[in-house]
Design a protein around this ligand. Structure first.
Ligand code: SER
Length: 871
């Protein structure tokens, strides 16, 4: 069965059991401050498990793109070394949101595996949570145990500990016992030798977990205790690539049709062979895995960068490049050449890949180039470290510096050292690494108290599209503490006019007014698990009171002018540059807007002007804001609304239209484009290969910008004696300046010529050497020219010139080449020695050297000593 067929069999099986097939959420998470990447199928449903919202469909099924490379679930360092871990993988899942529980989950899983997919029952083992004696004091999951006992022989049920059989989303939140299904794909002979049950959860490559059925029934609180959830849920996750391995009768995920074509391509490009040498195999697996993670992330809009999610992607890509560099001898970019075959394989199931192939290739190629350069530089630096090493061991801190500052991989350092018969002080490296981790951890650590819930009215309403102030009641609050922001409170209201940060637009600020006139300021607003959270420094005195919630109107108005202008800019860029332009990032602040988009060359000044004119024409056209809330996504797309790759849209969406610009958007906007007043581009530049960035301003900021320009112009006019035409006046000045420069140059040349003649007459013959030591009024470059010119017409020359400029002294020594050899003279040594008189130092070559110093009073003494060298 092909992987495509396996995926659709899974989805259809659960569809027939009343589940709704839902699309994968993006792999890169944009609007969740707690998570950078989707690391489990359940992420996109967190709000239902937490009880913040009620799911429209209580049963769902999907195949979710996941990435496990950071935080609690991190497999990165394993990947490639074995044959069944991945950074990016697909997780097949069926979901019950407060609907069915353990019985159906277990029976259906078994039915699908053994009856539909026809996996041999004798290959399967299941595990059940054995309970825990620690603070949680949990009993054996007898409910699951009894359900399994009715289906499989008891010797195939394995009791598992908390690590393997209790699943938690994070340090806090929903969790519960789980039952895993493991498959043993060893040969009959192997099975006869060692029983499969003993290899479950023992990191055996042919006895692997394929499916995890999680029964969410508890909530983990901030103090570590558990409380039962009001509704119980099912969250299952099956590793798609592992299932394909089982179904296709192969021994490794990398031998399935999911990976084979990529591996073939790597072999062709790098002239290597998979399956002959373990080191080469690991490198090929690393590359085959990582190209997927990186390509899918870029398709989701996450470019490699130096911070956050972008940095994780950069590290994954670099890991692959480095494996190629070390084991496959790839010294040129090559990963980008794999994007084509990946797109051919997966582009049907994930069209975002197909549509953005060119961009993905460009970005990867550029990254590869720059990292290969880093590797080369690192090799040079490492050579220096090796040259200076005392003994056989290289200081771990030095290696850490290479790793941390220059991105030079530590395993490569270790490899090179061992090739040179040296060792690495690994402890020192680990220590330096740990110190750095502690520093960044304590800076980013946040501790969150449990929510204090005041009302059961958990469905909140955002009313900020229609009003900027309203009466609200507090539903729940908690204290959060972080090094960065100190102590803060997070408040959730029954309704709110505050826009939570999202879609690039910043969160609203404002205040809460109490009945007695007291005020609590709202510092920021964000969305987390579908809840709108308001950040304050203090709590209202009377938590049960009714507060007037008031949004900072000025900031909101400026922000929404920038948001509407962003839509118009997007439209303008597609009109002026072409339809290949796609939004790749957007930041909408009150003071400015920033827009990243795909485009493969610099936007010319003429194009920028055209874009500005396009936007300003629509502002002048006073286009009204037209909005549709809660319309089906299909209808919105039919109407031509622009959707973005990597953005998660619900079944129903909101469209925002101004004239012919129509976008799916949750942000806030002006009522009429006339409110934007004016649009001005401030800068255009590259962010990455194929991605450009425009920064622009609108409304008041443009007024300030022009006012500032006006002021500067007035000042310039003042300096030009109030010239009527300052441009002409400046250009006249420039012409005059150029003419004067020429005259000065000619005069200086004359002066140098005269000086040369004068100095030639002053040369003294001492022991066959033409000697002169003198203070002259030229700068360093002038002295150098003069010395060399004199040297052209005079043999056996020894010159020591000194000059004083801006309170500093300069000595410059010229010695004819024939003297350097014959008399063993060295200008470098001489200036270093004479430099002492001017409290300075310097150096150069044997025939010409200079020294600078801070004591011009010492010049005469230095000049007087010069003759000693030739006596
Ligand atoms: N949440 C569980 C996991 O990620 C099952 O989907 O393994």
């Amino acid at each position: 069965m092909t992987s495509k067929e396996i995926r659709s069999q899974f989805l259809n099986f659960f569809k027939e059991k009343g589940h709704k097939i839902v699309p994968s959420a993006p792999m890169v998470i944009k609007d969740d401050p707690t998570l950078m990447f989707t690391n489990a199928g359940m992420n996109q449903f967190k709000e239902f498990f937490l009880g913040n919202s009620v799911a429209k469909n209580p049963r769902a099924v999907d195949s979710q793109k996941c990435l496990r490379v950071s935080g609690k679930h991190n497999d990165l360092e394993e990947v490639g070394k074995d044959t069944y871990h991945h950074t990016m993988f697909e997780m097949l899942g069926n979901w019950s949101f407060g609907d069915y529980f353990k019985k159906e989950a277990i029976e259906w899983a078994w039915e699908l595996l053994t009856e539909v997919l026809k996996i041999d029952k004798d290959c399967l083992y299941v595990s059940v949570f054995e309970g825990s004696k620690d603070a949680d004091k949990l009993d054996l999951d007898t409910e699951a145990f009894d359900l399994w006992k009715a289906i499989v022989p008891e010797d195939r049920i394995i009791l598992g500990n908390k690590k393997d059989n209790f699943w938690e989303m994070g340090d806090q939140g929903p969790c519960g016992p789980c039952s895993e299904i493991h498959v043993d794909i060893r040969s009959a002979e192997e099975k006869a030798k060692v029983p499969g049950a003993s290899l479950v959860n023992a990191d055996h490559p042919q006895v692997v977990e394929i499916w995890n059925l999680v029964f969410m029934q508890y909530n983990r609180k901030a103090d570590g205790s558990l409380e039962p959830l009001p509704a119980r849920h099912v969250d299952t996750g099956m590793g798609f690539e592992r299932l394909c391995m089982v179904m296709q009768g192969v021994q490794s995920n990398y031998d399935t049709d999911v990976f084979k074509p990529i591996i073939r391509e790597i072999e062709t490009i790098t002239h290597s062979k998979y399956g002959k040498d373990e080191e080469i195999d690991i490198a090929i697996r690393v590359i085959a895995d990582h190209i997927r993670a990186v390509s899918f992330s870029i398709a989701d809009g996450q470019l490699p960068s130096n911070t956050g999610a972008g940095y994780v992607i950069r590290r994954i890509l670099r890991r692959a490049v480095r494996y190629g560099f070390t084991f496959l001898n790839t010294k040129e970019p090559f990963m980008y050449r794999l994007v084509n075959v990946l797109t051919e394989d997966m582009g049907e199931a994930f069209p975002e890949l197909k549509e953005q192939r060119q961009l993905i290739e460009n970005v990867i190629k550029e990254e590869e180039y720059s990292f290969l350069k880093t590797l080369e530089q690192g090799l040079v630096l490492l050579d220096q470290v090796i040259l200076n090493v005392k003994g056989k061991e290289v200081d771990g801190r030095k290696a850490f510096e290479l790793y941390d500052t220059y991105g030079f991989p530590i395993d490569l350092t270790a490899l090179i050292l061992s090739e040179k018969g040296l060792t690495l002080d690994e402890k020192g490296f680990e220590l330096a690494m740990q110190e750095q981790k502690n520093r960044s951890k304590s800076a980013s650590e946040i501790s969150k108290d449990d929510w204090e819930v005041l009302s059961s009215d958990l469905e909140q309403e955002f009313v900020g599209y229609d009003m900027l102030e309203t009466n609200v009641k507090l539903v729940k609050y908690r204290k959060v503490t972080s090094k960065k922001a100190g102590e803060q409170y997070q408040l959730v209201f029954n309704l709110t006019p505050f826009y939570p940060e999202g879609g690039g637009q910043v969160g609203d600020k404002g205040y809460l007014e109490m009945p007695n006139g007291d005020v609590v300021y709202i510092l920021d607003t964000k969305k987390e698990n579908n809840e709108i959270i308001h950040f304050t420094k203090n709590l209202p005195a009377d938590l049960n009171g009714t507060f007037r919630a008031v949004v900072d109107k000025k900031q909101r108005e400026r922000t929404q002018a920038n948001h509407t202008a962003t839509h118009l800019l997007h439209q303008a860029l597609r009109e002026v540059l072409g339809k290949h332009v796609e939004q790749k990032g957007s930041a909408v602040h009150s003071k400015y807007l920033r827009f990243d988009f795909s485009h493969f060359s610099k936007v010319t000044p003429e194009e920028l002007r055209e874009v500005e004119n396009f936007v300003n024409a629509r502002i002048a056209g006073q286009l009204p804001f037209e909005e549709q809330r809660n319309i089906p996504v299909e209808k919105a797309l039919e109407e031509g609304a622009m959707a973005l790759f990597g953005e998660k849209y619900g079944d129903t969406v909101r469209t925002v239209r101004f004239g012919r610009s129509i976008e799916l958007c949750g942000g806030t906007h002006v009522k009429n484009t006339g409110d934007i007043w004016h649009f001005k581009i401030k800068s255009e530049g590259a962010v990455a290969s194929g991605i450009r960035r425009i920064e622009a301003i609108t409304s008041d900021a443009v007024k300030d910008f022009y006012a500032e320009n006006d002021r500067v112009l007035l000042d310039i006019k003042g300096l030009l004696n109030n010239a009527q035409d300052p441009v002409k006046a400046v250009s006249t000045l420039q012409e005059e300046n150029a003419k004067l420069k020429k005259e000065v140059e000619a005069l200086l040349k004359d002066k140098a010529k005269n000086l040369k003649i004068e100095l030639k007459n002053e040369l003294q013959e001492v022991n066959g050497v033409q000697f002169l030591a003198k203070k002259i009024d030229l700068d360093a470059a002038g002295i150098k020219d003069l010395s060399f010119e004199m040297g052209q017409n005079q043999d056996n020359l020894f010159l020591l010139f000194a000059t004083e400029q801006n309170g500093k002294a300069l000595l410059s020594c010229y010695i004819s080449k024939e003297l350097v050899g014959a008399k063993d003279l060295n200008a470098g040594t001489i200036v270093r020695e004479l430099g002492k008189f001017i409290q300075g130092g310097g150096g150069g070559q044997p025939f010409f050297a200079t020294a600078g110093g801070k004591k011009p009073e010492g010049i005469d003494e230095a000049l007087a000593k010069a003759k000693d060298y030739i006596k």
